[in-house]
Ligand binder design. Structure first.
Ligand SMILES: [Zn+2]
Length: 107
């Protein structure tokens, strides 16, 4: 059975046995949402997204280009490849660097 995660998204069509799945496992989501393009899918069940946002320096009153990488867990019921546009939600830390989970793949 698919759980209601509290956000209106297209639910995955198949079920999975993943413990860390917001739809079929015990993982709950809270906090921030982040959507972006997948920049890496080499790791097993983990993808990377690049977040680009300007950083403001008060001393110089100017912006600099900031870049950070977000690691997100891919549940067993969602297929993601590099280049996809995905929506991720913040969750409890799954590992040292992973605290986001993919909840939807956008067309
Ligand atoms: Zn699932």
């Amino acid at each position: 059975m698919t759980k209601n995660i509290g956000i209106k998204v297209n639910e995955p069509k198949r079920e999975c046995e993943d413990r860390n799945c917001p739809f079929h496992g015990g993982l709950s989501i809270r906090g921030k949402l982040f959507d972006g393009k997948v920049t890496g899918d080499k790791a097993k069940q983990t993808i990377t997204l690049t977040k680009e946002e300007p950083i403001y320096f008060t001393k110089f009153k100017r912006y600099a280009r900031g870049k950070s990488i977000i690691h997100a867990h891919v549940p067993g019921c969602i297929d993601v490849v590099s280049g996809d546009h995905v929506l991720t939600a913040e969750c409890r830390p799954i590992s040292k660097s992973v605290s986001y989970v993919v909840i939807e793949v956008k067309a």
